[in-house]
Design a binder for this molecule. Structure first.
Ligand code: SF4
Length: 420
């Protein structure tokens, strides 16, 4: 039996508890004497912001949760009336509609407090700047920008890193001013210590689907385990969460349990899932016994692989965290990485999910699809829909394309088996 993955496991419940706690902290910060800073997830250095006692809001998280709970269309309509029309990223339209519309930040998943400061970490997405400029106008609060250079080559060079480190030093002065607190490096070091531990565990989690069959879906399931590394990195809760999640998956493997029945096909995914239609999308693959074994999305905030810095070099570590977002990568680096995932996770195919909202993610995806189709023997599927606006998800069309793709992968695998 396939297509029976139920995302209601105790592992997911714990992730929901951590996210729930984070929203509750936001609720308490609202109007009380805890300052609030908004910051983006890719290239986040929220450990530094926490060191000054700020509650950190990630506006994309508001949009993801709205979309998963099928509320995004309502907020998007309110965003439209504020002038954020269809050409703009759905996350922005959703967030502006939630914060600036009748809800005024109150949602069924939590109350989003207004910002005292916007720390714009500019990592490969120009929309970030426009989004925070709009919020700065709406709330009349200060905005500071960290300009993170594009990764032109395989790695950032030394002068780029120095440029980022200089901006972090300047940011500390702003944080002292807005929070009214002096910078205490020991608080930062302690938090970064937890971050390093959580990263090591998270990397271990991402590697589990190398097993055949995999006891965890490396795309659909691991995506739902990303919340803690995103919002609570730097805390003991986050470290405990990944330790317990790995233990839970190892237990599942030792009992021979799989969340999805037989594993017929192993797929690598590029792109985020269509949040408003997540369940439908997942079942389109699972009904064929196709599991995700890896994806770029679980690395989008930061590519932790090969990151050697730790709390003993706090500023170098922050520079790494700020600069290793997938959005900052050039197209060739992205393509090589997808190829590496396909090889290392022994994938039967690659699925590109291009999303209308997110140009920084989708740019070059069609070229990569063409590259794999013409230069490798790995089957590829190209789909497009959206991460926030459900009107761009065509259920029947996507289902048909997934069915056709899975049939072609099945025939190819049979051919390969018969020819040895
Ligand atoms: S365009 Fe993409 S990276 Fe930029 S805000 Fe929208 S979803 Fe985020």
């Amino acid at each position: 039996m396939h297509g029976n993955l139920k995302l209601n496991s105790p592992l997911l419940d714990k992730s929901r508890q951590i996210i729930g706690k984070w929203y509750a902290q936001g609720d308490q910060a609202n109007g009380v004497d805890r300052k609030v800073v908004y910051h983006f997830q890719p290239g986040s250095i929220h450990e530094l912001l926490h060191a000054f006692g700020f509650h950190v809001v990630f506006p994309e998280m508001n949009s993801i949760h709205s979309a998963v709970k099928k509320l995004s269309i309502e907020y998007i309509h309110h965003g439209d009336t504020l002038g954020f029309d269809q050409d703009i990223c759905g996350y922005v339209r959703n967030d502006m509609g939630l914060m600036g519309g009748p809800a005024k930040g109150k949602s069924p998943f939590g109350t989003i407090p207004p910002p005292d400061l916007l720390v714009l970490n500019q990592t490969g997405c120009f929309t970030y700047a426009k989004w925070f400029e709009s919020l700065a106008r709406m709330y009349g609060c200060p905005l500071v920008m960290l300009d993170i250079p594009y990764t032109r080559n395989e790695e950032l060079n030394a002068s780029d890193k120095k440029y980022i480190a200089g901006q972090i030093e300047d940011l500390i002065k702003v944080l002292e001013e807005v929070s009214g607190k002096k910078f205490d490096i020991d608080i930062l070091i302690e938090s970064l210590g937890h971050t390093r531990d959580a990263i090591d565990l998270y990397l271990k989690l991402l590697d589990i689907p190398k097993a055949r069959p995999t006891p965890v879906d490396g795309y659909f399931e691991i995506t739902s385990f990303m919340g803690p590394i995103t919002v609570s990195r730097g805390t003991v809760d986050c470290v405990d969460y990944y330790r317990e999640t790995i233990e839970g998956i190892e237990k599942r493997a030792s009992e021979g349990r799989s969340p999805f029945g037989d594993e017929n096909f192993r797929l690598v995914f590029d792109g985020p899932p269509p949040w408003p239609s997540l369940k439908e999308f997942r079942e389109m693959f699972h009904k064929h016994g196709a599991v995700g074994v890896a994806g770029t999305y679980s690395r989008v905030t930061c590519d932790y692989e090969g990151m050697e810095t730790d709390a003993s070099q706090p500023f170098d570590f922050l520079v790494d965290l700020a600069s290793r977002s997938y959005f900052n990568w050039n197209i060739e680096k992205r393509r090589n990485f997808i190829h590496k995932l396909a090889k290392e996770f022994d994938a039967d195919g690659i699925v590109f999910h291009s999303v209308k909202s997110c140009k920084p993610y989708s740019i070059g995806m069609l070229d990569s699809r063409n590259y794999f189709a013409s230069q490798t023997s790995i089957p590829v599927l190209f789909l497009d829909s959206d991460i926030a606006d459900p009107r761009f998800f065509s259920n029947s069309q996507i289902r048909e394309r997934v069915d056709t793709f899975m049939e072609s992968v099945a025939s190819r695998n049979l051919r390969m088996k018969s020819t040895g």
